[in-house]
Design a protein around this ligand. Structure first.
Ligand code: ADP
Ligand code: GN1
Ligand code: MG
Length: 358
């Protein structure tokens, strides 16, 4: 929190709703109940999202589009998509200074997020949630979207960034992580599959979320059904395979992303089976044959890509991902690479699960 302005002062700039209604049956004083919906206040990471105008334009356009479709289907648009709360001047965010840019969303009530322990039902619902999100956005005009982070899932460029980090060795760590570097570079051969398919026009460019961690879905507290896809900062043109693979990177692991005991880190075929059933219940008619064929590989690919991003950040001295302990990024990279190795041995099972889910 910046020192110049308190949270309440910042909130004062937003169109926060308050209401006071007469309350109780007292005979002496005038009593009112003051209600206020709950809100989420977020400081935007402006070192990553350097253009808040473009970022918030994307989010407003996408949520307005979703809102119309959800309402037209008779569902509750206030619950099923994010609502950006404007500032009192009608802006999409409030800027204290270059590094302190804030936005407010309506809090979606009656929901929960799922972090690490997840059931097959959670995975099924997550598949429905992300699949539905993609389906609703299928006819969103892709040219309206800004690329908020250029080449975000361009895996070959991520490999180039890793190589540069190795060459520069800014934190003096390269020699100590030779094993991880070797693993990353040995696995580079298949890492361009999706990007190449998109460049050759075999894999369609779609409007995708691009950061489909399971904790970026709000689930209904009672029914456990997926309610609302959140964290829309990276909604950009991309591949359905990015979202599918990234969701299972986290959703399919038996352990947290930073678990250091690699004996606890495995990829669960059952999680894949549940997620793919949910996802295909929404997307099976929309996907092309090439996309369907690459669903199993996409999980390994997105896990690999995330692993090399963690390793790159470790080599660069931890400048991108928040860390909470020394070597945190290295722990995360090792964890992701363990998953990649495990997924490699299970690809035939995953392909079978895709067929079964149709
Ligand atoms: P980050 O980019 O840091 O992951 P998120 O936008 O995903 O930030 O928000 C972090 C967490 O805050 C979410 O995982 C969720 O638990 C909660 N959250 C965010 N927006 C809302 C909302 N509108 N209603 C309810 N909870 C929310
Ligand atoms: C970041 O913001 P969050 O925690 O949802 C990252 C993702 C990574 C993920 C790894 C904008 O996601 O790409 O996969 O961490 N988001 C960005 O946990 O870089
Ligand atoms: Mg998030």
């Amino acid at each position: 929190m910046n020192s110049e302005m308190t949270r309440n002062e910042i909130l004062n700039h937003f169109e926060i709703m308050t209401n006071a209604e007469p309350y109780g049956n007292g005979h002496i004083n005038d009593t009112y109940l003051v209600t206020m919906p709950r809100y989420i206040l977020q400081r935007i990471n402006t070192s990553i999202f350097t253009n808040p105008d473009e970022l918030m334009d994307n989010i407003e356009n996408v949520t307005a589009f979703l809102r119309k479709k959800i309402a037209a289907a008779g569902a509750d648009a206030d619950r099923e998509t994010l609502t950006v709360v404007p500032t009192k001047e009608g802006g999409k965010y409030f800027k204290v200074d270059e590094n302190n840019v804030y936005r407010v969303y309506r809090f979606v009530e009656g929901t929960k997020t799922i972090e690490n322990s997840k059931t097959a039902k959670d995975l099924y619902e997550a598949g429905v949630g992300f699949g539905h999100f993609q389906k609703l956005l299928a006819d969103f005009p892709v040219e309206k979207l800004y690329e908020t982070i250029r080449d975000f899932h361009h895996t070959p460029k991520r490999i180039e960034a890793l190589k540069e980090a190795i060459r520069e060795d800014r934190a003096g760590r390269a020699a100590s992580v030779k094993k991880e570097i070797d693993f990353a570079l040995e696995n580079a051969s298949w890492a361009g599959s999706v990007v190449k398919g998109m460049e050759e026009g075999r894999i369609p460019v779609r409007v995708t979320h691009n950061d489909t961690k399971i904790n970026n879905i709000l689930f209904d507290q009672e029914s456990g059904k997926a309610v609302c896809v959140i964290d829309l900062d990276t909604v950009m043109p991309g591949s359905a395979l990015y979202d599918f693979g990234d969701a299972l990177r986290m959703g399919g692991s038996t352990a947290a992303e930073d678990e250091v005991d690699l004996e606890k880190v495995w990829f669960e075929t059952e999680a894949f089976e549940a997620f793919v059933r949910g996802y295909l219940s929404e997307m099976k008619d929309a996907l092309t044959e090439d996309e369907i064929a690459l669903l199993p590989l996409s999980v390994k690919l997105m896990t690999y890509e995330c692993g090399i991003r963690f390793l790159t950040d470790y080599l660069n001295g931890d400048t991108y991902f928040k860390i909470h302990r020394e070597h945190h990024n290295l722990d995360r990279a090792r964890n992701q690479f363990k998953l990649v190795a495990d997924i490699s041995g299970k690809e035939a099972q995953l392909a079978e699960a895709v067929q079964k889910a149709f």
